[in-house]
Design a protein around this ligand. Structure first.
Ligand code: GTR
Length: 339
């Protein structure tokens, strides 16, 4: 396990010196059962955004409610800013029970639970309301079930708005304008294939490395929602944002199945309820953050193209649907039928 953990944490070496002992300490300090500490549970939660970002704030709200409802017996320590590793790595650490709670985007989850590709398909959702009805309803529940055999429990979906392209080279209005641009993608085949289908060059890279990639010119651009574009500083370099809104891939709160099975039924209920309560809270913060991010980018002189030929983007997605939605036709049909 030690070797796996070390290779999973591909962070600067000095950070490994800090975090590996910290993670091991945390594992052994959880579920301490002796003396006055009887039944005291400490859970570690990961997020790759900073503390003020709506997703991390959602986890903090969850932590607060868990503490309150367990009368201080369960503590959740939130590690923001990818301190416990980059997104793909933290998913593995969650499956291994080293991280207990993990807020991630569903795109990298598709590598482990292919059914989640249905939520990552370009232009599958008509609106934020449509997405909410799907993920908060029966389809969302069904999808969570596919995760259990992969060592993950899903506690709910947070908002992530719409992902669109941005770059430092030129304004982009149609799919053809993207041709040849080197664009960073998350570590997920479906996103890679989408960028390829648009005639651009996909470059898989951890979120934390994108700023440097843009700055050094290794990347011409990337794709993300307004808040990520702004909070990570990408807007300072990649100033042309194209509101093509190709994806509404939401965020998800994952819980480690290994940890889950060590908890009592009552504690599981507390955690589920706290996660559920944190969702409307996160979504409220999210809409405020989107508005502020757009204002900040405009004030900084960025160009946001809203008169985008979305049809040209959608029309290029045939190969993505053909490859990734092949076994998911029924699920796609059910999604289309949701109001
Ligand atoms: C953001 C998401 C992050 C991460 C990032 C990325 O929208 O909130 O967790 O997935 O995108 O592109 O890597």
């Amino acid at each position: 396990m030690c070797r796996n953990l070390i290779s999973a944490l591909k962070k600067p070496k000095f950070l490994n010196i800090i975090f590996i002992p910290l993670l091991f300490f945390s594992v052994y300090s959880s579920f301490s059962l002796g003396g006055n500490e009887k039944n005291h549970v400490i859970l570690r939660a990961a997020d790759d955004h900073e503390l003020t970002y709506p997703t991390t704030q959602g986890l903090l709200k969850m932590a607060e409610l868990i503490k309150k409802w367990s009368h201080g017996r369960i503590s959740v320590k939130v590690y923001p800013s990818a301190q416990l590793g980059s997104e793909r790595e933290t998913i593995e650490l969650t499956r291994k029970g080293i991280i207990d709670i993990n807020r991630v985007n569903i795109n990298p989850v598709t590598q482990i639970v292919p059914e989640f590709k249905i939520l990552a398909l370009p232009y599958i959702f008509r609106s934020a309301g449509h997405l909410h009805h799907v993920v908060d309803g029966e389809i969302g529940k069904e999808l969570m079930e596919y995760m259990v055999s992969k060592g993950l429990i899903g506690l709910g979906f947070y908002d992530s708005g719409q992902r669109s392209f941005y770059n430092s080279i030129r304004p982009v209005r149609t799919a053809a304008d993207l041709k040849g641009l080197r664009l960073r993608v998350q570590k997920a085949e479906i996103v890679k294939d989408m960028v390829r289908a648009l005639g651009a060059v996909p470059i898989p890279m951890a979120f934390e490395e994108v700023y440097t990639g843009l700055k050094t010119g290794v990347l011409d651009g990337a794709e993300n929602n307004f808040p990520s574009w702004v909070t990570k500083g990408h807007f300072e370099i990649a100033r042309f944002y194209t509101a093509d809104e190709h994806s509404r891939a939401p965020e998800i709160i994952l819980f480690s199945k290994i940890t889950w099975e060590r908890l009592s039924v009552q504690d599981r209920q507390i955690i589920r309820k706290a996660a559920a309560e944190s969702i409307p809270y996160q979504r409220r913060l999210w809409s405020i953050m989107v508005k502020h991010s757009i204002e900040k980018a405009i004030a900084a002189g960025c160009i946001i193209a809203t008169n985008v030929d979305k049809e040209s983007f959608f029309n290029a997605m045939g190969p993505v649907y053909k490859k990734h939605a092949r076994n998911l036709e029924q699920l796609a049909e059910s999604i289309r039928n949701v109001e």
